[in-house]
Write a protein that binds this ligand. Structure first.
Ligand code: BMA
Length: 339
C-alpha cells in the first residue's frame, strides 16, 4: 500500500487554528529537517534524558510532562538500580533539560489499603479544571490504574485506583465530555499481556468508573498484538487526536510502534479515522538497543494551539526519554489520507 503524506506549510488548516487549547509559545521545538517528508520527525538532541540522569537510575523512560509555571514539570518513570519501578517528579525551564528529583514521589495516601507502594510505571499527567491528575500503572495485587493529584509537583495526593486489576495505560481526557470525566485504558493480564484493546470509561467524580465502551481493537501488522493510549488526547476541530502505541510480535519478541487516530468529540468511543501506517517505529540505535530493544512508547505531548506545533515525549528501548515533533493540522490530514 502506498503511504500518502501531506506535508507542507499549509497543512489542513491553511493557517486556520485546528487545536482547541492554549498557546504555548515556549514549546520545545525543532523545525522539520530539510528533505523530510514524514508527518513526524525526531529531535536532533535525542535522547534528551539519559538513563543515568539521577544517581539511583538504571533508566528513565515512558514519562509525562506538562506546562507548569513559566516552564514545564513532569512525572518520570525511573527504574532504579535495584530494578524497582518508581515515579519521580521533575521540572524544566525549556522542556529538554530536566531536573529530576533524586528521591521517588512519596504519595500522600489517606487510604490504608492502597498506601503500600509496590511499583508504579508509565505515568500520564493531565490538567483538568484546577489541578494536575497523574495516572499510572500501579500495583494492587497486580497492575491496575493508580490515580493522584497535585498542584505543585511536590505534594501528590493519592486517590482510589480507577479499576480492578489487571489494567494498564490509563489516560484521562482533559475535560468532561457530556458531563462526565472520561478515561481510556487497556484491560490486560498479570504478565506481558499478549492481547489488548483500548476501552473508554466514564465517571461523575474521578472515583467511580463505569459506562465502559470499546474504542479500538488490534488489527494487522504493527498493531496486531496489543494497543494502548499514549499521551492525553488533544482536542481539535476535527475530533480528539489520539496517539497510541501498537505492538507486533516478531520472531524476536515484541516491537513497539506508535500511530494516530481521531475520536469523535462528543462520543469519544467512536473512531472517526485511524491511520494504517505507523507514525514511528523503532529505527534509531537508541530505540533499538537498550534494556528492552525495539520500543518507542509515547506518554505525553505538548501543544501550542495557535501554530499547531506538537512535541511528543516517548520512551526509547525502555532506557531513555526522547522527543519528536509534528504539526497537528498535518497529522490530521495524514490520518485522514491514510485511514
Ligand atoms: C509494557 C510496559 C512498558 C514498556 C513495554 C516494553 O508492557 O511495561 O513500560 O515500555 O512493555 O517493554
Amino acid at each position: 500500500m502506498a503511504v500518502k503524506t501531506q506535508v507542507g506549510p499549509e497543512g489542513l488548516g491553511g493557517g486556520k487554528q485546528v487545536v482547541v487549547g492554549l498557546a504555548l509559545p515556549n514549546i520545545p521545538w525543532e523545525d522539520r529537517p530539510a528533505g523530510c517528508r514524514e508527518p513526524i520527525w525526531r529531535s536532533q538532541r535525542n535522547p534528551i534524558i539519559p538513563r543515568d540522569l539521577i544517581p539511583c537510575s538504571n533508566s528513565i523512560f515512558n514519562s509525562a510532562v506538562v506546562p507548569f509555571g513559566d516552564g514545564f514539570a513532569g512525572v518520570f518513570r525511573c527504574d532504579d538500580r535495584r530494578r524497582y519501578m518508581r515515579l519521580h517528579s521533575g521540572t524544566s525551564g525549556d522542556g529538554v533539560t530536566w531536573n529530576i528529583q533524586p528521591e521517588p514521589i512519596a504519595f500522600e495516601c489517606g487510604i490504608p489499603e492502597l498506601s503500600h507502594f509496590e511499583y508504579g510505571y508509565d505515568p500520564r499527567v493531565c490538567w483538568i479544571e484546577d489541578r494536575y491528575y497523574v495516572t499510572w500503572c500501579n500495583w494492587y495485587h497486580g497492575p491496575t490504574i493508580g490515580m493522584a493529584w497535585t498542584r505543585d509537583f511536590q505534594t501528590f495526593t493519592q486517590m482510589e485506583n480507577a479499576f480492578l486489576p489487571f489494567n494498564r495505560n490509563g489516560v484521562l481526557f482533559p475535560r468532561k465530555i457530556g458531563g462526565k470525566y472520561m478515561m481510556l485504558s487497556r484491560p490486560s493480564d498479570n504478565g506481558h499481556t499478549p492481547f489488548g484493546d483500548i476501552f473508554l470509561s466514564a465517571s461523575p467524580d474521578l472515583v467511580h468508573w463505569g459506562e465502559h465502551r470499546h474504542v479500538m481493537g488490534t488489527r494487522g501488522s504493527w498493531e496486531s498484538t496489543k494497543i494502548g493510549a499514549g499521551p492525553v488526547p488533544i482536542e481539535t476541530t476535527e475530533g480528539w487526536l489520539l496517539i497510541y502505541h501498537g505492538v507486533l510480535t516478531s520472531c524476536n519478541g515484541f516491537v513497539y510502534h506508535y500511530g494516530a487516530a481521531l475520536l469523535d468529540l462528543d462520543q469519544p468511543w467512536k473512531v472517526l479515522y485511524r491511520a494504517q501506517p505507523y507514525l514511528m517505529s523503532p529505527q534509531r540505535p537508541y530505540e533499538c538497543v537498550g534494556d528492552v530493544p525495539n520500543v518507542v512508547f509515547p506518554c505525553a505531548a505538548l501543544c501550542d494551539a495557535p501554530t499547531g506545533r506538537l512535541a511528543i515525549y516517548y520512551g526509547a528501548a525502555d532506557t531513555v526519554t526522547c522527543l519528536a515533533f509534528a504539526y497537528v493540522d498535518e497529522l490530521i490530514a495524514w490520518i485522514k489520507d491514510n485511514s
